[in-house]
Design a protein around this ligand. Sequence first.
Ligand SMILES: Cc1cc2nc3c(=O)[nH]c(=O)nc-3n(C[C@H](O)[C@H](O)[C@H](O)COP(=O)(O)O)c2cc1C
Length: 530
Amino acid sequence: MAVSETQPASPTHGAVQNAPVNVNVQPKKKLLGREFYKSIGSPKYIVAPMVDRSEFAWRMLTRSFMTPEESKQLLAYSPMYHARLFREQAGMRLQHFHPTRAAIKGDDNTLYLDGNPAIDRPLFVQFCSNNPDDFLEAARHVAPYCDAVDLNLGCPQGIARRGHYGAFLQEDWDLIYKLINKLHNELDVPVTAKFRIQETKEKTLEYAKMILSAGASIIALHGRTREQKGHNTGVADWSYIRYLRDNLPSETVIFANGNILNYSDLERCLEETGADGVMSAEGNLSDPTVFSKPPAVGSEGREYWRGRDGKGGYRIDAIFRRYLDIIYKYVFEQPVPERKPLYLPSDPEEPEPVTEVAAEEAEEDGPPKKKQKRDKTKKPLSPSLGVMQGHLFQLLRPMVAKHTDVRDALARSRPGDMAAFEHTLSLTEKAIKQGLKEYEQFPERFETSPDQELKGSKATIAEYGRPWWVCQPHIRPLPEEAMELGALTEKKKGSAKQDKPKADAPATPAEGTATPTNASATTPDNLVSG
Ligand SMILES: Cc1cc2nc3c(=O)[nH]c(=O)nc-3n(C[C@H](O)[C@H](O)[C@H](O)COP(=O)(O)O)c2cc1C
């Protein structure tokens, strides 16, 4: 159930307070496969593992749009961690994973954020590895705080090629078997694996069988090959997932991954693939409400916007507020600020408040100055703080090309500087207020008429695009369109370097990279680029 006006927005909706609880070190009986899946509530919806993106605060934000019951049925994966570094370096663990308060306060071993059973479960923690001992020892650090440990077999990036992990293990079945089997035999919690489709359905099936025979309790299949990345990402092929479903025992738990752009795609994917669960990465990043059923017509409240054509979505300013409030509450453990209700055009007209602070801040608008750019910010302690700017650029993508003041303010917001993020939020709210007012007067400016002639990504944009104040998927050109635009060249197609973007081409996030979204990248459609 989505949150509406009658159900006040709350970043903790669907979550219990993170009360101190002592770590439960009692070993539980280890369940496997479907029995294990049932024991964690048979989750249907899954937040994908995402480097620098599926950290605690983002998982909480995604869960915050669900009822407590639904939120327990949302499984989330942690970002991928490097097993050897995680095993060897306490500093690395401290930088990325905060299961107990010891992370912030010496020897306080009460439960804190990552994997806290009251608020952050079910959770799978993902590693990349090419060494069974490293994998096991790294996994032992997280096993008490998660439901399963996952092996990344899908990362297609150059860094994975050089480090020999992710999708570059897929020629080394013997090593994959040993990695999974080691944890299957020696770890207290189950091991799972996420991988990409292979050249053929038959090969993908053989590959999956090997992974399962090693002891993987759940498999997650991304319907794209290792070569489908960057501008060559294209569309995921769900028929491979269906093929596995039809040819593996019904006891095998399968998650489908790829192509989820909004809520309505979730059930379609489950139906077409027969998978037990459906996972979203990019769809979730541009719209953290992607797993939440939209409110019924008439109960939109302030957070959800619906146009006169019936199409709608959660407002960017609403998500932005909730995200900051989660950071205050859980990371800083401070009271959430009192906020005025989100603006609705039906509200009585009020004069714009001009405060001294606002005036001072306005003077600072414009691109970040060189001196500020060079400022070396101290590394933030919480894994949820350093990634805020990246998340917000992704979320605000539909509007920053037009509202450059918002873009510049966000570019200046340093990790942990909540005043700077609040300033960006107030500019966002102001811009959205103007947008909503404009819509009231000229709705046709924001509407597209149905056009059967549209093809490729333009057709997708026409279907999924919303006015710029609404969270929506970023739709990148298909590989053939990228080729026409000159971002992908024929010569390189199929080669290892095929996805190298031209200097001026918009960056696209890709698996296993920590590349922040290109804030100024535009989509080809005015409707979504603002
Ligand atoms: C920013 C970003 C980071 C990612 N990091 C990881 C990762 O750490 N581990 C992994 O298995 N996949 C990673 N992926 C890939 C996703 O989990 C997913 O397989 C892929 O994006 C396809 O799903 P989608 O079509 O819903 O985006 C990442 C994807 C993105 C966009």
